[in-house]
Ligand binder design. Structure first.
Ligand code: GLC
Length: 795
């Protein structure tokens, strides 16, 4: 079934694909494919790049960020050897207008289909899980009545290490290519990697991999020299080698290294042919592994088998969680695209088109790993342990670090360390796996200690870093990275961090009590009360009737009506609700401020009005164009929290209004305004102070997908793990008749049907579990590995 069709494409729900029907989307619409190690980004024009393990320390192919031209990719050219006509399987780089064009972005693969000059083609790019390579399966059909003789030429530039290699004249001198015609393979190695060697010497280490590119058909030629392929001052749209129809077999140490394989394909009228290519990289000391992979994939049937494995892998991963609601856009996002974005892109790939990366952000991947809670919580546990190992004995953590080089740093942010206890308590509520707290994990600079102690050290350090007024110091910033000057002199305060702490402390106190440490529990409850008092004493703006956001080193408040810009902020209102700090009239007033000042057609924006000029006391967020990103844009990550708060205050209509304005499927119904992919969340959408109001940016970004998923499942649908069971407390549009959720919880599967005969938004009136009535709305953890049927009635 196809849905939400625009002039650029539609959702094919059954296939779990988004189908792009024109190469001319308003921005590159990409797929980020990474089942754990090898990764590929591919756009609807054929642009993109490949990496292994880390997109900017271990890039395999070259790419240069250019959202307008999207002109760097890995391409396959076609040449009609009878006429000399050339085109490409993707629209780029030849840009011949195909008679038909469709790009299907699926889970773990993309397919580029086109019909050009009587040949219909299908190029499938897939990354088989567990193998360090990508497969390109080409299927060609001769739709005409005469036999055709075609040549295919692959093309990309080798990077082999740190990306971007902007000083290419330096880097290219370390690369060596060679060919092995017997197995139709190009090999590529590099004797240089910026990462320091084991003695700590920089610029004295070889790239530790061997890359390969091979074809299933016997190659008619190879090219590793960019000049020979393109021609001096040549152009990707008409490379001299493709125009003349053969390659020169140049390789070695002296070239600007590319990879191109030429194969000839004869296709009788009405018949079809298949050819596959692989591109991969193995550890240099295990080159025999590459030979095994090459000989496997020289059989084009293996490429087809790999594709089947890809589908099984991704559908198996997402299988434990399924919703069926009357909101088709919601279903598409919950069932497929939010988990896929969070896992493939954010946790495993950690790179995108808008922000090529590869590092771990301490707070980012911890939050992203929440996606696994109902799918495979052991993966959340793995992430928790990885991050705990990037904490120091004094409790502080790396703001980010690079896998492979293990270099880290990035400043002293006041919230980073707190995400460790926050995500840990989320994991424990989901799983009841308290043993994790006793697992020993080493510090960056010291011996092992239990995860519990890692969490306690984070909280203790955070509690110790307070101003005289008892508010947390903001230091180099808090969740909002762009507030990087507020506390440069270590006096600035963060209201939001106080609220975040108050959200965490009751859960940690609960755990302390469970662990028999009631003194600690009592102390944390007391700290929580004093933080809440400090927020209510110093953080409330009586003039505005809302909470301020922070206070600068010089005592100037941020988020107060007295301010010229940034008079009212989203996060302090939202988290005053989430933390329980706001009660009574203040709660109503704080929420009113959100609805009246911040809830826009683009969704809830971070603050208003946007800064129109830089403010040195605040930081770089004031330097962005007004309405863009953290400067008063809609930041999807924080917008998800606003939806959660809307549910908490019981404002179901505002919760769903916000959801609809944030949901990419619906935003994508105005594709020429919104511009970006309708199947994944953007980090940001321009706010009302931007000339590009409602235009999306930075898609496939961190934070937003996992949070929107969690808010959708736990707060809008209201099926939420708590310490003592699974709460069922929906907050739905009153016109819904029913909805269904299948989810795992502590080793049992719950098939939950919620009916709404009185058309209310909330309030469970009856609940049965396997036919027996349950009092209240908390399902017990059954943990028996079985499937349980839950019937819920609202109203
Ligand atoms: C980006 C950062 C994240 C930060 C957010 C707000 O998403 O990766 O860590 O919290 O911006 O500044």
């Amino acid at each position: 079934m196809s849905r939400f069709e625009s002039k650029y494409g539609y959702f094919d729900e059954a296939a779990r694909e988004y189908v792009i029907t024109s190469p001319h989307t308003p921005r590159p619409w990409v797929n980020v494919i990474c089942p754990g190690d090898w990764g590929v980004i591919v756009s609807q024009t054929g642009g993109g790049y490949s990496w292994r393990g880390h997109a900017s320390l271990n890039a395999i192919t070259r790419w240069s960020q250019d959202m307008i031209r999207d002109s760097w990719g890995k391409y396959v050219y076609v040449r009609d050897d009878a006429t000399g006509e050339i085109w490409s399987l993707a629209w780029m780089p030849v840009k011949r207008n195909p008679e038909r064009y469709a790009v299907r972005h699926g889970l773990g693969y993309s397919v580029i289909e086109s019909s050009t000059m009587g040949i219909s083609s299908k190029l499938t790019i897939a990354v088989p899980p567990g193998e360090p390579l990508e497969v390109w399966l080409v299927e060609l059909v001769n739709e005409g009545s005469v036999d055709r003789e075609l040549s295919l030429f692959t093309y990309f530039e080798w990077c082999l290490g740190v990306s971007p290699d902007w000083h290419r004249e330096f880097h290219r001198t370390f690369i060596e290519t060679s060919v092995e015609p017997e197995i139709s393979t190009i090999w590529a190695r590099k004797r240089f990697w910026e990462i320091p060697n084991d003695k700590g010497t920089p610029w004295n280490r070889s790239w530790e991999y061997t890359a390969f590119h091979a074809s299933s058909l016997d190659a008619s030629g190879f090219e590793c020299d960019k000049e020979r392929f393109l021609g001096m001052y040549g152009d990707l749209s008409k490379p001299v080698a493709v125009e003349r129809g053969y390659l020169s077999n140049s390789c070695g140490k002296w070239t600007d290294a590319i990879g191109s394989i030429h194969v000839r394909v004869k296709i009788p009228a009405g018949e079809s042919r298949q050819v596959s290519f692989v591109l991969g990289a193995v550890e240099a000391q295990h080159e025999s592994e590459a030979r095994t992979l090459i000989s496997k994939y020289r059989d084009a049937n293996e490429a087809a088998a790999a594709l089947r494995r890809v589908s099984q892998f991704w559908s198996g991963l997402l299988e434990p969680y399924r919703v069926q609601t009357p909101d088709e856009a919601f279903n598409l996002m919950q069932n497929t695209w939010l988990p896929y974005q969070a896992i493939s892109c954010r946790l495993w790939g950690r790179t995108g088109y808008y922000q090529p990366g590869g590092a771990y952000g301490f707070r980012d991947q911890l939050q992203d790993s929440q996606i696994f809670l109902p799918l495979d919580p052991s993966q959340t546990a793995k992430q928790i342990k990885l991050h705990a190992a990037h904490q120091y004995v004094d409790g502080h953590v790396d703001h980010w670090w690079h896998p492979i080089s293990e270099r880290g740093g990035g400043g002293l942010y006041s919230d980073d360390l707190l995400w460790l206890p926050y995500v840990t308590t989320g994991y424990l509520k989901e799983t009841g796996d308290y043993a994790l707290l006793d697992e020993g994990i080493p510090y960056r600079d010291g011996d092992s200690e239990s995860l519990w102690m890692h969490c306690i050290r984070a909280i203790e350090l955070s509690l110790s870093r307070r101003s005289e007024r008892g508010l947390p110091l903001i230091l180099d910033g808090d969740w909002n990275d762009g507030m990087n000057a507020v506390g440069a002199d270590r006096r600035g305060e963060s209201i939001w961090v106080a609220e975040f702490l108050c959200t965490i402390l009751p859960d940690i106190a609960h755990l302390a009590r469970l662990r028999g440490d009631s003194d600690l529990a009592t102390r944390y409850e007391k700290e929580c009360r004093s933080l809440a008092d400090a927020v209510n004493t110093y953080g409330w703006s009586a003039d505005g009737g809302w909470y301020i956001r922070a206070v600068c080193d010089d005592g100037t408040p941020i988020g107060d009506p007295k301010c010229r810009y940034g008079k009212v902020f989203l996060n302090p209102q939202v988290w005053s609700i989430i933390s329980g700090i706001a009660t009574g009239d203040r709660l109503k007033s704080a929420w009113r401020a959100v609805v009246e000042h911040l809830s826009t057609d683009a969704g809830p924006i971070l603050f208003a009005p946007a800064y129109a000029e830089p403010d040195e006391r605040i930081g770089y967020l004031t330097r962005y164009a007004p309405g863009v990103r953290e400067n008063g844009g809609r930041y999807t990550h924080a917008a998800a929290w606003a939806i959660m708060a809307a549910v908490m205050v019981g404002d179901s209509s505002e919760a769903w209004r916000m959801y609809h304005r944030v949901c990419p499927v619906r935003c994508g119904c105005s594709p020429d305004v919104y511009k970006v992919e309708p199947y994944v969340t953007p980090g940001n959408v321009d706010g009302p102070d931007s000339r590009r109001y409602r235009e999306g940016g930075w898609t496939w970004y961190t934070g937003s997908a996992a949070w929107l998923f969690r808010v959708g499942s736990e707060w809008l649908l209201g099926i939420r793990p708590e310490w003592d069971g699974l709460r069922v407390n929906p907050c739905i549009p009153a016109n819904w008749d029913e909805f269904h959720v299948k989810r795992k919880f502590r080793n049992a599967t719950y098939e939950i049907s919620v009916r709404n005969p009185r058309h209310v938004s909330s309030g469970v009136s009856k609940m049965t579990l396997d036919g027996g009535e349950v009092e209240g709305n908390l399902l017990p953890a059954l943990g028996d590995g079985k499937v349980h049927v839950v019937e819920v009635t609202l109203g």
